[in-house]
Design a protein around this ligand. Structure first.
Ligand code: KIV
Length: 303
């Protein structure tokens, strides 16, 4: 079955039907997210903080995003996979930017790319779209500029900043962006932008009136304990605690001898075992009788 088309998102907007985008970074995550019904998955550069352990998205490289995009694509059949363009993969020069965006489709298998910025990146968005690369925009709190913003602050709060954001959204749409992420901006501003565009907006910390919403996999599943402290996130599960408890249970069972049991072990027929015991006895130094080795041998997965 073919993947959803990027145009289907505009149709959803036209029908007033909200949709959810979720990040994923690997094969099992992507598989679970698609099985749960997501039609669009973002291989976000949030990879840097939630998977690779950096304190921002800035250190993430093209190789990182390519590697993780391939895994997400392998884990999906129908979802639109959007690969984030990492910091410095599109800022330095336009030719390199288009080539890098192309690599995410050609080598990564992504359906589209996402890049941060407004009027400043619009000519680039136009070039990419003209080259056949679908582009998602990203406005508001754009994490690659966090050092410039002086931290994770709500954007578009002053009349000038809000007007700039409204204009940036219009310019990105004109340049051919098929959707625009609005991150951490006042809800009324996101509502205004969403009402003025024909392409869908996808909000995170931008209120309920965007056409779609996006959440980071690890935040919405409660993998880290501090995600409850983030105003823009809701944890729909508490997987961090669930995983820790499962691992504690496993360690305790190994230490007590409760795992593995016969149920998890592979038998050997008595005749083979007897023959083996005789052979090992003959081979043993000084002709001593060796103990049967069958019971302790490591089973091969799937054997
Ligand atoms: O990298 C990311 O996960 C993102 C989303 C938060 C929109 O850009």
């Amino acid at each position: 079955m073919a993947r959803y088309s990027i145009h289907s998102l505009r149709e959803l907007k036209a029908r007033g039907q909200r949709f959810a985008m979720i990040t994923a970074y690997d094969f099992p995550g992507a598989r679970l997210v698609e099985q749960a019904g997501a039609r669009i998955i973002l291989v976000g550069d949030s990879l840097g903080s939630v998977v690779l352990g950096y304190d921002s998205t800035v250190p993430v490289t093209m190789d990182d995003i390519l590697h993780h995009t391939r895994a997400v694509v392998r884990g999906t059949e129908r979802a639109i996979v959007v690969a984030d363009m990492p910091f410095m993969s599109y800022q330095a020069n336009a030719d390199e930017a288009v080539r890098n965006a192309g690599r995410l489709l050609q080598e990564g298998g992504a359906t589209a790319v996402k890049l941060e910025g407004g009027s400043n990146v619009a000519p680039l968005v136009r070039r990419m779209v003209e080259s056949g690369i679908p582009v998602m925009g990203h406005l508001g709190l754009t994490p690659q500029s966090v050092n410039q913003f002086g931290g994770h602050k709500v954007q578009g709060r002053t009349p000038a900043a809000a007007a700039r954001l409204v204009n940036d959204a219009r310019v990105l749409e004109e340049a051919g962006a098929f959707a625009i992420v609005l991150e951490t901006i006042p809800a009324p501003l996101a509502k205004m932008v969403s009402g003025r565009l024909t392409v869908p907006t996808i909000g995170i910390g931008a209120g309920p009136d965007c056409d779609g919403q996006v959440q980071v996999f690890h935040d919405m599943l409660g993998i880290y304990d501090d995600c409850r402290a983030m105003k823009h996130a809701r944890a729909y599960a508490n997987l961090g605690a669930t995983i820790r408890q499962a691992v504690r249970d496993y360690i305790a069972e190994v230490e007590s001898g409760a795992f593995p049991t016969e149920e998890h072990s592979f038998p050997m027929d008595e005749a083979t075992l007897r023959e083996l015991s005789l052979d090992t006895a003959a081979d043993a130094p000084g002709g001593e009788r060796g103990s049967p080795v069958g019971a302790g041998s490591r089973p091969v997965r799937g054997a």
